[in-house]
Design a protein around this ligand. Structure first.
Ligand SMILES: Cc1cc2nc3c(=O)[nH]c(=O)nc-3n(C[C@H](O)[C@H](O)[C@H](O)COP(=O)(O)O)c2cc1C
Length: 308
């Protein structure tokens, strides 16, 4: 396998990038992984679920915080620092109305001075701080200005998802030129994100942006071996993907207990089933799974689909 020249990072994905999924992505060559976004405010209230989400479980894992008040981000950063993650990432790209309505996520891109203060506040805990931005918000593509503000506050890297907040996840809207402009605007590493699923997508993104690496989100869902493929290795076939699915969901059960794990596993399973013959009917069963033995029975059905 050729030596990798660029960083391959797993994107934070709420509801998906838990400890079990991150471990598989690391095994297949992800250089860095991130928890899903965790509320800074909830951490400062001692919320148990948020604390659990913030456990990195591997020294290559960063913890992503969302919030808008520097003092609260600072307090949360100190709580997270005690868990020894690789870094703290600040969410400045979430487009969800409830989050944006609170002035958090991508709403921070309306206020570059606040971005600088938030990064400074998080930096006081001593960990590296990174930020994840979009191209911009309200039709204004100001990611270069926001990245400069983050750098001025002491950020050690920025990731740019090349869509405006209002473009959500609309296909065909990733703007590579704005990522290239960010790369020109700052001296810290820049990671490019958005719609990278194949080695060709990655090569185009790196060529057009000059970015120092890429962040991979949805292409890893149902296919954590995508990191091996992006590093020049073989793509996973259906049999390997299903074997990984079994390992993945067994690890979730061991980590969280059967009830919670199986509820969360349903969405993962739908991604693993994507592209298989008869996937629609299988997904209808997947979303009703309650127990690991029901999951094993479904996997037997799936196996017949490509062994018959
Ligand atoms: C289900 C889902 C959950 C996400 N959760 C987060 C999150 O917690 N924090 C974050 O910064 N971005 C989150 N994102 C955005 C992704 O990290 C990424 O920027 C986006 O999916 C584009 O990359 P992709 O085309 O490789 O998926 C989420 C996206 C999806 C689809």
């Amino acid at each position: 396998m050729p030596k990798k020249m660029t960083s391959l990072n797993l994107a934070p994905l709420a509801g998906f990038t838990d400890k079990s999924f991150r471990a598989l992505c690391l095994e297949f060559g992800a250089d860095a992984v991130t928890t899903e976004m965790v509320s800074a405010k909830a951490l400062t209230f001692g919320d148990k679920k948020s604390l659990r989400l913030a456990i990195p479980a591997d020294p290559r894992c960063a913890v992503q915080l969302f919030g808008s008040e520097p003092a609260i981000i600072q307090e949360a950063a100190w709580i997270v620092a005690a868990l020894s993650p690789a870094a703290i990432d600040i969410n400045m790209g979430c487009p969800v109305p409830k989050v944006v309505g609170n002035g958090e996520g991508s709403a921070l891109m309306r206020n570059p001075a606040l971005i600088c203060r938030i990064v400074e506040a998080a930096r006081t805990c001593g960990l590296p701080v990174t930020v994840k931005l979009r191209a911009g918000i309200d039709g204004v593509k100001n990611a270069p200005e926001c990245a400069r503000a983050a750098q001025a506050g002491g950020a050690s890297a920025v990731t740019i998802h090349g869509r405006l907040r209002e473009q959500m996840y609309q296909p065909g809207t990733v703007d590579k030129a704005i990522i290239a402009a960010v790369k020109q605007a700052v001296s810290i590493p820049v990671y490019a994100n958005g719609d990278i699923a194949t080695p060709a997508d990655m090569a185009d993104m790196l060529w057009e942006t000059g970015a120092d690496g890429v962040m991979i989100g949805r292409a890893a869902l149902g296919n954590p071996a995508v990191f091996r493929e992006l590093a020049g290795g073989v793509p996973a076939d259906a049999a390997e993907r299903m074997a990984l699915c079994c390992r993945h969901i067994a690890a979730m059960v061991a980590d969280k207990g059967e009830g919670l794990a199986m509820r969360e596993a349903r969405a993962h399973l739908c991604w693993y089933l994507r592209g298989l013959h008869g996937a629609a009917a299988l997904r209808a069963k997947a979303v009703q799974l309650e127990t690991f033995s029901q999951f094993e029975a479904l996997m037997e059905e799936v196996e017949h689909l490509w062994t018959e």
